[in-house]
Design a protein around this ligand. Structure first.
Ligand SMILES: Cc1cc2nc3c(=O)[nH]c(=O)nc-3n(C[C@H](O)[C@H](O)[C@H](O)COP(=O)(O)OP(=O)(O)OC[C@H]3O[C@@H](n4cnc5c(N)ncnc54)[C@H](O)[C@@H]3O)c2cc1C
Length: 490
């Protein structure tokens, strides 16, 4: 029986383990942290259970594909969100509800954006064309080299070319009159680790995926149910997960990796190795590759870092829904400075997930479970987070003001994770939350490859290799790497 060692139990590592186990490999997962899931993790404190990172899923058919591929019925129950989220604009008492139904969306914004449904329909249809013209040809394909990638790209209709050179903001600016609508449609640029003022208009395809294609979904029981259900199936397949085990080096022989070495010097042998640790920084930090030295890694474009607060609150914050965005009144200025700021933002923009609105079991009765995410610069720019309490206090005070609920005096449990905590816990490079960004020169054949450049039995899966970041993308990544392994080691 062939053996495989997977380094890391993020969703990418877990999904690859499922696929390889089904193909007959004896799989062992080595995980540095104490629990499986990577960024898709869980925190439990005094009767509160928090999803640590992701709070929604999109392109849910990728999850179905994963389970179908191993002959198991998808055990994860998903519930579609509608409204998708609500947005609190600075100085406005009433939040805006973002509906998938464009007639309802038009009604919501009738005071600022006439004929919104018709305009949004046109905008989303254009975005749909980008999506369907690139999904199979580019996103869901392996490339052996840059030429092959460019040949595949050349099969994408030429009409999309100008959208590579326009920014997302210029596209929404052309199509809508209201600043609020422009901001809402361009928020997705931040999910890619950039801003709408830098992101090419082609990425408006994400608006299509959220508003028309498949929408946003929550997981019944909380997002961590995904990991728990996958781990159950892995157990049935005989996959072993070993925790508190960090790979720090390797041994090799004749162009192949012979063993991975952990922090205690223990050696792990296998026929095949897949790294779910960040595909760029693993090559630099563990393999010592010059192309991925700290200096080179620092020059790459990384996504923003998460600054997260987990709050158990006594009482109900009535103004909150499942997903809530709290924005200020200086969108462009904020977007232009947030990536490289060296200080905490004075008026932070942040997101609040109130899981307790739909999952009673995640908080004691009558209480609220709040997850707050404020994207901040990574550790290249702001190195010292000893002031994390002051940023958390600032956000909690703002949230209390805007929801009309005294949060501070009702806090039952609180935990803050700053970028340095995230970096240490999961080896996220300089605390970058989503891994490498998706600039045109960091996607496709220009992203770190899912097959190692030197060793013929070392592969990569996850957010910083192809196709990119986000839960559905890392599931696709597990399919692409498995296809590659099958082809190489049939
Ligand atoms: C705060 C936050 C919110 C997010 N929200 C969403 C969302 O709502 N929807 C969405 O689709 N995506 C979201 N994302 C993105 C999503 O979480 C990631 O894209 C995805 O989970 C990445 O999975 P992965 O398998 O690539 O890596 P990871 O989840 O990072 O897993 C890698 C694992 O490898 C382990 N590891 C690393 N190095 C080593 C080593 N040397 N030895 C052993 N183990 C090692 C780590 O401990 C970790 O467990 C969010 C991310 C963050 C941080």
């Amino acid at each position: 029986m062939k053996t495989a060692v997977i380094i890391g139990s993020g969703l990418g590592g877990l999904s690859t383990a499922l696929r390889l186990a089904k193909k007959g490999y004896k799989v062992t997962i080595l995980e540095k942290h104490t629990t499986p899931g990577g960024r898709l993790n869980v925190l439990e404190m005094d009767g509160f259970r928090f999803d640590m990172g992701p709070s929604f899923m999109s392109m849910t058919y990728e999850l179905d594909e994963l389970f179908n591929s191993i002959g198991v019925k998808n055990p994860i129950e998903l519930v579609e969100l509608d409204p998708l989220y609500q947005v609190f604009f600075e100085g406005k008492e009433k939040p805006r509800l973002i509906w998938k139904d464009l007639a309802k969306l038009e009604e919501e914004f009738k005071d600022v954006e006439p004929n919104l449904a018709e305009k949004a329909e046109k905008y989303l249809n254009r975005a749909a064309q980008f999506f369907h013209d690139t999904e199979d040809k580019v996103v869901k394909s392996n490339f052996n080299n840059k030429l092959e990638y460019i040949l595949k790209l050349s099969r994408v209709p030429l009409k999309h070319l100008p959208y590579l050179f326009k920014t997302m903001w210029s596209e929404v600016d052309k199509r809508f009159v209201s600043e609020e609508i422009k901001i809402i449609f361009s928020l997705v640029a931040f999910f890619l680790g950039s801003t709408p003022f830098q992101t090419p208009a082609i990425y408006s395809l994400l608006n299509y995926t959220e508003m028309k294609h498949n929408g946003y979904w929550k997981v019944k029981g909380g997002m961590y149910k995904m990991v728990e259900e996958i781990v159950k199936v892995l157990n049935q397949f005989g996959v072993e997960i070993v925790y508190n085990t960090e790979i720090v080096g390797l041994g090799n022989n004749n162009g192949a990796v012979s063993e991975m070495i952990d922090q205690n010097g223990k050696r792990w042998t296998a026929d095949l190795f897949v790294s779910n640790s960040d595909a760029a920084s693993f090559r630099g930090n563990v393999l010592g590759r010059k192309k991925f030295s700290e200096e080179k890694l620092d020059k790459m474009h990384w996504t923003l870092s998460p600054f997260t607060i987990y709050l158990g609150v006594k009482g109900k914050v009535d103004k909150l829904k499942h997903h809530n965005y709290f924005l200020g009144s200086n969108f462009k200025e904020y977007a232009d400075t947030i990536f490289t700021a060296t200080e905490n933002p004075q008026k932070p923009y942040y997101y609040v997930n109130a899981l307790s609105k739909s999952e009673e079991s995640c908080a004691p009765s009558g209480c609220e479970n709040l997850f707050i995410l404020c994207p901040v610069p990574d550790l290249r720019f702001k190195k010292d987070w000893s002031d994390k309490e002051s940023l958390a206090d600032n956000i909690i005070e703002d949230l209390a003001k805007r929801t009309g609920y005294d949060i501070k005096n009702n806090i039952m449990v609180k935990k803050i994770l700053a970028p340095d905590d995230w970096a240490k816990m999961l080896n996220l490079y300089k605390g970058s939350g989503l891994g490498l960004a998706h600039d045109i020169d960091q996607v496709g054949a220009f992203r770190p490859k899912n097959k190692d450049e030197h060793f013929n039995n070392l592969y990569y899966v996850g957010a910083s290799t192809t196709p990119g970041t986000g839960l559905p993308m890392v599931i696709i990544s597990s399919r692409l790497v498995t296809e590659r392994i099958e082809k190489d080691h049939a």
